[in-house]
Design a protein around this ligand. Structure first.
Ligand code: OGA
Ligand code: NI
Length: 382
């Protein structure tokens, strides 16, 4: 059956059609937006209460349009005489926003723009080339797909993605896409730079938690351990592609979720789309060219025994401009158990989360729809 025969009905009568499901939806939203344009198929329509711009009195978080002033951390200042002041700003951002933007981070502009560019070129490849990386295996070093979990999601999200694991680099590299031909070269440069920035940020965050003794260069045992673990830790790269959507008010690019790791370094283009939840309301993060949005993840929330909060966020789409983002998710090695740092728990402030590990998370992620902060909730003790 040719694609032209699989048109989505103007009146959206296409629901539950297994042929449409296999011919269109499973191939992703880029494919869909190129073949069917007038309306969003039912498969992508979110319940009213979860759609963007929806306000239901008092109960459901809604979008507000005021420009959100997310805390901005000037990374260059962290290394200067202002360090203690910047550490305070960092602690405040992690406690009250779970999110901040980093400017002057030192990653050369050509490294970030080349990563964006090669990501974009990957999505421009013929479907047959992209399809080579489609798999439902969560353990696969490379995964191309659509929505969040396309074999489980009841409602689909308007995004296609390419995920690739980055650690250990020499083992992972041969699995990465070989097309575009410069993909690996440009991605390696980006992976190395983001890893370095992540480690520097974590060093500061560990210090901001009061765990480091810096005046005589002695660092505590706990500290050395976590920074060492992170140095040898996991890194997952996610390139997100959100094509224009004919009815963006009905769907989401990505449903509300928190990221699992310690920190996510998110690079976005100039198109708005990322929203974070603050005081029960959705707020759009204004892109700052060349900066990173840094999200606190579930593992850092657990490590800090709840002092730093992972941020609930989502992506919305628009009808005119495609959007690309590149998320770099960092944590400890997949075999390491994550638990509250013993130095941060006391009798008055007992541990709030049980031990957890990647295997448990992956089991959770592949057995249900990862939404909201459900995984973290399931790890809470009090
Ligand atoms: C993610 C994510 C948001 C965006 O990849 O986990 O939240 O703006 N991305 O693409
Ligand atoms: Ni995310």
């Amino acid at each position: 059956m040719s694609l032209s025969m699989v048109r989505v009905d103007e009146n959206r009568k296409e629901e539950e059609d297994p042929l449409l499901e296999s011919q269109l939806y499973q191939k992703g939203v880029k494919h869909l937006s190129e073949n069917v344009v007038a309306k969003v198929p039912k498969k992508y329509i979110w319940p009213v209460s979860e759609r963007p711009n929806n306000a239901i009195k008092g109960e459901v978080p809604y979008t507000f349009n005021s420009n959100l002033n997310l805390p901005i951390i000037d990374f260059a200042e962290l290394e200067g005489s202002n360090r203690s002041q910047i550490l305070k700003a960092l602690a405040n951002a992690c406690e009250h926003y779970g999110c901040f933007q980093v400017v002057n981070h030192g990653i050369p502009c050509d490294v970030t723009s080349s990563m964006m560019d090669v990501g974009k070129r990957f999505f421009e490849l013929p479907f047959a080339e992209r399809e080579k990386y489609m798999t439902s295996n969560m353990h696969s070093p490379v995964r191309y797909g659509t929505s969040f979990n396309q074999s489980k999601d009841r409602v689909f999200s308007w995004r296609d993605f390419l995920k690739f694991m980055c650690h250990p680099l020499s083992d992972m590299l041969p699995h990465w896409p070989s097309s575009p031909t410069d993909f690996r070269k440009l991605a390696v440069a980006y992976v190395n730079e983001t890893k370095h920035l992540f480690l520097m940020l974590m060093e500061a965050i560990v210090e901001s938690l009061g765990l480091a003794i810096t005046n005589n260069n002695i660092t505590s045992q706990d500290n050395d351990n976590i920074l060492e673990e992170l140095n040898d830790g996991s890194q997952l790269m996610v390139v997100n592609f959100y094509p224009p959507c004919p009815e963006p008010h009905l769907t989401l690019g990505m449903p509300p979720h928190s990221d699992y790791g310690f920190l996510t370094l998110l690079l976005q283009d100039e198109v708005e789309g990322l929203q974070i939840q603050l005081q029960e309301k959705w707020a759009t993060v204004q892109p700052i060219p060349g900066s990173f949005v840094i999200n606190v993840g579930d593992h850092l929330e657990i490590f800090s025994n709840g002092r730093y909060k992972s941020v609930l966020h989502r992506a919305i789409v628009n009808s005119t401009r495609p959007r690309i983002s590149v998320a770099s998710l960092h944590s400890v090695p997949v075999t390491t158990t994550i638990r509250p740092c013993p130095k941060l728990t006391t009798e008055a402030n007992p541990r709030r989360y049980m031990d957890t590990d990647f295997a448990t998370f992956l089991e959770y992620a592949s057995s249900s729809e990862p939404k909201k902060k459900n995984f973290l909730e399931s790890r809470k003790l009090i």
